[in-house]
Design a protein around this ligand. Sequence first.
Ligand code: MEV
Length: 327
Amino acid sequence: MPTFTATAPGKIILFGEHAVVYGHPALAVPVTKVCAKAIITGESQAKVPEMRVVAPDIGLDAPLSGLKPGNPAREVIKSVFATLGVTQIPPCTLTVTSTIPIASGLGSGAAISAAIIRALSAFLKHPLPNEQVSALAYEIEKIHHGTPSGIDNTVIAFEKPVYFVKPLPSLNGRGTGGEGPAIQTFSIPQPFTILIGNTGISSLTKETVGDVRQAWQANPKRYQRIFAAVGSIAKAARHAIESGHPARLGPLMDENHYFLQEMGVSSPELDRLVNAARQAGALGAKLSGGGRGGNMIALAEKPQADAVAQAMLKAGAMGIIITQVGE
Ligand code: MEV
């Protein structure tokens, strides 16, 4: 029986989370050390009469018709069928696995969606291009996140470093605002080392994004100032990376973390890991993603990376990924 396998990497936001939801730029890179994988195996009609969905990590093994509306796997599959105009589903088994920690800011939801979209569209003989993989995954992100900026699905579908600006609807409802094209990839002439430290605390992006929205609505001037400052940091960071001076990202990370604290999305656990990394010689550190749990990142010179990792583990990190950005 034919088998189609597709993977999608995790992602990490280097700069600009939350502010990106309000139209300011953010930088994110794929993390290929972790990934989501979708495998589709065609089955003979006699063995499996319809599509079966298996996700051993969460104990799921059910026919597609048994998944409730709103279930992200069901919605991804249905969106691929709708896009390709498929009404008769060939019998098959979809198996989904992932090494990306859930609810940790590494984009596990978007990666699972992208892997399923790729494997399923290939199985149906119409492999979808990255743009469409990203657009469909964005629709599913809305179920996970409510008002996602689109950065997660973009970096994961294109598997490239991304400078992302969410297009904002213009005030008169025509066209889009924002600053030019939403997705720009950027070059990294000088690779750099990032440590990703997991607090082990699950945190739903939907909740932190919702809380920031409420706080912004209550105090728009203060939050607009914070978002604009974070946007300027993201721009400066892109310049530092492209001009081959990644060490300059350290102080920018520290500054960005300060503004995330001001937004109310850090937590004692994240601050502890950030401080431990800085004290152990990291050039800078910040939370990454939605916040209140999940992951933080630290920038370190390669020789210091192990010492920084040890300090983060001592400060309570439940897992560490060391990744070279730009290699
Ligand atoms: C989540 O990975 C990043 C946030 O900025 C939300 C979003 O951009 O959709 C917190």
